[in-house]
Design a protein around this ligand. Structure first.
Ligand code: PMP
Length: 384
């Protein structure tokens, strides 16, 4: 089997697995305890926070350790809304955000907030001047993702950040950085980011851990009541093995970004070139997108059929994103890009990582060719 679903989750580094095991065995104290085992655990968290902060070029107190990006995004959006709701009730996001952002905004609408969901063009891009003209006096938050998890579209964050701050310096700018970290340069300062979310299992770290960067001076209303962990922002005993292992993964992913862009980007370019030569396939990803995600439609054929045909040939891909692949609806992201319902229901996502090789790609292309040829008659039948 060859794994082509790295945007859903990634194989942990060996160092990550070793670290998790070692820390679980030896450092099981509770960091809130004041005896030496507690102090030892607290020291490990302090060090992990420093490493995460260094990987993002931010200060350690600006790093909030979380259970992943779903929590980070909820915390950023609902925490901002609850904290700054008296200043204004307008929020801006896009039509292509991950459900942890999109559904958080839908939820806030039920509580009296007004949300603008910005459209995207046919390449899945948000227009920064549209952001500029949408920000108002009462806009408390703008949330835009770095890399789209279904298509790999990369948003012009520097221009968007500039537009937000020029239109209203008090508006908080949040970025869901999950699919961009380790794959593309991350420039929080240049983007004027106030909040930035990460999930460790997308960068070969452990599941159930993540980071929310919160710029000094921003206050969030905590979502959980309980202990005073994470400066009172995230109650609950810390996942020490997970955080230590995540910090390793973050350091390694940051160090390997250039290599990732070059090596995985070369696989992507070859895959795009092959798809462009296959008339029955329609691309939803582009050369200028992230180096690891290729989304392609096979109109007339249900995505699941193509996925399982590829699986028979040992290739594991996904339909839409892992979080929404079990829902029957066509992809919201592809519909927002102006694709037809048919194209949006027949799309698969091939997402690559550094464990994939040129040989893997040759096998994928052969499998794609066989699958497309085998399904072609069925598809034509269905399109009649
Ligand atoms: N945002 C994006 C862009 C994602 O791809 C994901 C994971 N599918 C998340 C947020 C949520 O991450 P997690 O499932 O680790 O909480």
């Amino acid at each position: 089997m060859i794994y082509w679903d790295h945007a859903a989750s990634t194989p942990p580094y060996d160092e990550v697995i070793q670290t998790m095991t070692e820390v679980m065995k030896k450092h099981y104290g509770n960091p809130s305890s004041i005896h030496r085992m507690g102090e030892d655990a607290a020291r490990l968290i302090k060090r992990a926070r420093e490493v995460c902060a260094a990987s993002l070029h931010v200060k350690p107190p600006e790093v909030i350790l979380t259970t992943g990006a779903t929590e980070g995004n909820n915390m950023a959006i609902k925490g901002t809304a609850m904290q700054y709701g008296s200043r204004g009730k307008h929020i801006i996001t896009t039509q292509i955000e991950h459900p942890s952002v999109y559904d958080s905004c839908l939820e806030l609408e039920k509580h009296g907030y007004e949300v603008t969901y910005l459209p995207v063009d046919s390449k899945g891009m948000v227009n920064p001047s549209e952001v500029a003209s949408t920000v108002r006096k009462d806009t408390i938050l703008v949330s835009v993702m770095h890399v789209n998890n279904e298509t790999g579209a990369v948003q012009p964050l520097a221009e968007i950040g500039q537009a937000v701050k020029q239109a209203n310096p008090l508006t908080i700018f949040h970025i869901d950085g999950v699919q961009g970290f380790g794959k593309l340069p991350v420039q929080l300062e240049e983007w004027k980011a106030d909040l930035y979310t990460l999930s460790a299992h997308k960068i070969r770290g452990p599941k159930g851990t993540g980071v929310l960067y919160k710029r000094e001076g921003i206050t969030l209303h905590p979502l959980l009541s309980g202990g005073k962990q994470e400066s009172g922002l995230r109650a609950g005993t810390e996942n020490i093995p997970g955080f230590v292992a995540m910090s390793k993964a973050m350091r390694m992913a940051a160090e390997q970004t250039d290599t990732f862009m070059r090596e995985v980007g070369a696989l992507k370019s070859a895959l795009l070139a092959w798809i462009r030569k296959t008339p029955s396939l329609e691309l939803n990803s582009f050369e200028e997108g992230a180096p690891h995600i290729v989304n392609v439609s096979f109109p007339g054929m249900k995505a699941e059929v193509l996925l399982h045909t590829l699986e028979e040939h040992g290739m594991l891909v996904s339909t839409k994103s892992a979080c929404s692949s079990k829902t029957a609806e066509p992809s919201r992201v592809l519909l927002a890009m102006g694709r037809s319902g048919d194209a949006a229901s027949s799309a698969i996502r091939i997402s690559m990582g550094m464990t994939n090789t040129q040989q893997d790609l040759d096998r994928l292309l052969a499998a794609l060719e066989t699958a497309v040829n085998r399904l072609q008659p069925l598809r034509q039948e269905g399109m009649k």
